[in-house]
Design a protein around this ligand. Sequence first.
Ligand SMILES: Cc1cn([C@H]2C[C@H](O)[C@@H](COP(=O)(O)OP(=O)(O)O[C@H]3O[C@@H](C)C(=O)[C@@H](O)[C@H]3O)O2)c(=O)[nH]c1=O
Length: 191
Amino acid sequence: MNTKFSFEKTAIDGLIKITPFNAEDVRGCFTKDYSKEVFEANGIKHDLMEVFYTTSHKGVIRALHFQREKQQPKLVRCIYGHVYDVVVDMRKDSPTYKKWLGFDLIGEEHNEILVPAGCAHGYLVLEDSIVSYKCSEKFYGEFDGGIKWNDSDIAVDWPLDKIGGEENLILADKDKNLPTFKEFVDEYGAF
Ligand SMILES: Cc1cn([C@H]2C[C@H](O)[C@@H](COP(=O)(O)OP(=O)(O)O[C@H]3O[C@@H](C)C(=O)[C@@H](O)[C@H]3O)O2)c(=O)[nH]c1=O
């Protein structure tokens, strides 16, 4: 069965849910998750600058990240496994400023999201996973930033029950030491 790309807007402006082109046959599945031409035909300009992948164990949280300057729009897909992916709108002029949305990104479903500039992004790994990123801005280490995954102002409802509780959480030291939303905004301002 062949299915075309489909694009679905979300409550956060510029955050789009995408079902890629998939063709299944007796061998398995062919997936095309980015096409400049198809994206542009659907009103989405996303020129690739960098592509990278992260491999994570069940229980990892990588969150909530952004670049303080030159923010990176990114197309995010779990190519293997299952993650609960979260996007937080950090744009002060946005009607959904401080709102978060969560999505199950599942390898077998091939679904992906386009995270716009000005949003924080992260995920909880529900099964050992590989996540791919296709960014339209390059990585600037000096602007690497984020806010705490469990910030009380933002109050993301992470499904920690699906990893057997918070005691099973795996966090990098850098993510343990991120500022709160308020600390970040007090120092740098929102986007
Ligand atoms: C993101 C990134 C990291 N690095 C380096 C920095 C560091 O030495 C090593 C690991 O990077 P990190 O610990 O920042 O990886 P990680 O915590 O997985 O960072 C990622 O998290 C998710 C949620 C995102 O949305 C991404 O944009 C990115 O921020 O790789 C690059 O060289 N290029 C890159 O594009």
